[in-house]
Design a protein around this ligand. Structure first.
Ligand code: AKG
Length: 289
């Protein structure tokens, strides 16, 4: 398999400019990797680098669109400091995306920003929730009708530990492998899921198929072990960007990461034909949303 990583030598969050070749690679599902683009912590923010900041039973701390911090314990001063750190990352991550992908700017919808201080290696999870297995992102309760999931990640580990990912084969290869095994879409079941509030809106055939790919990949241990893949070690002080609904990925190790998700209608891409929605529509011969 050719590498799915594209290394870029940017050092300034505000200095990104669009480049046709990288944009095409990102939209083809590759990971843009910026080894020299670190997120700087203020000296006092180092005290936030502890998993004990997490509220019991949550995996992430998040900052919503209104600047409200969720999932963190601590007094008001700690909460304010954490919100400021996550908010500063949000500003830099969105700045980076605006610079790299200016065509997206008017169409982007910002999701909450997350801070993940938990150690990946010791997390206990069901197979379906286990992000240590290769997968493309798809969320059972949140149909998205083909809207893209663009994510910016940075490793802020203070001990030098890399965030270790596996990056798998291109989306079309995943789809060709798992679509034949996908359960057929049943409209009345989608209606029932909505009525029972299992889903927040009606699950489209696209959302059904994306979940089938997600579950098909994660439940197949032979695929996990033997499918085409590469290991990527993202050191502290680096940033990486991908469409996580398209890039097959798994996280194997690491602690302390900040992450920003941005949503984009597939029709607003530079090349909408490279989107999972277009690929799945082409492979099935059906309109899926
Ligand atoms: C995901 O959020 O989909 C992941 O696979 C986790 C990535 C990470 O925690 O590094």
């Amino acid at each position: 398999m050719e590498t799915q990583l594209v290394e870029l030598d940017l050092t300034d969050w505000n200095a990104a400019t669009p480049n046709e070749a990288w944009i095409a690679e990102l939209e083809a599902g590759k990971v843009l990797y910026f080894p020299r683009l670190g997120f700087e912590l203020l000296p006092e923010e180092r005290s936030l680098l502890t998993p004990s900041l997490l509220s019991p039973d949550v995996r992430n701390i998040s900052l919503d669109a209104n600047g409200k911090l969720k999932g963190a314990v601590g007094d008001e001063a700690v909460q304010r400091m954490a919100a400021a750190m996550v908010g500063r990352f949000r500003a830099q991550a969105t700045q980076l995306i605006h610079g790299l992908l200016p065509h997206y700017t008017p169409a982007l919808r910002l999701a909450p920003t997350s801070y993940r201080p938990a150690k990946v290696e010791t997390r206990v999870q069901s197979w379906r929730a286990d992000d240590r297995r290769l997968h493309v992102d798809s969320f059972p309760s949140r149909p998205n009708y083909g809207e893209r999931i663009l994510r910016v990640f940075t490793n802020v580990n203070p001990e030098g530990a890399p965030r270790v990912w596996r990056v798998g084969e291109p989306f079309e290869d995943v789809a060709k492998r798992f679509l034949p095994r996908a359960k057929p879409y049943v409209r009345w079941q989608a209606k029932l899921l909505r009525a029972l509030r299992v889903t927040k809106s009606f699950r489209s055939e696209y959302d059904h198929l994306m979940l089938q790919l997600h579950d098909g990949m994660k439940s197949d241990m032979a695929y996990q072990e033997n499918s085409p893949q590469e290991t990527a070690k993202f050191p502290p002080g680096s940033v990486w960007v991908c469409f996580s609904d398209q890039t097959s990925h798994a996280v194997m190790a690491g602690q302390y990461m900040l992450e920003q998700t941005l949503h984009l209608a597939a029709s607003k891409q530079y090349n909408p034909e490279s989107s999972p929605l277009a690929i799945l529509s082409r492979l099935t011969g059906r309109t899926l949303v």
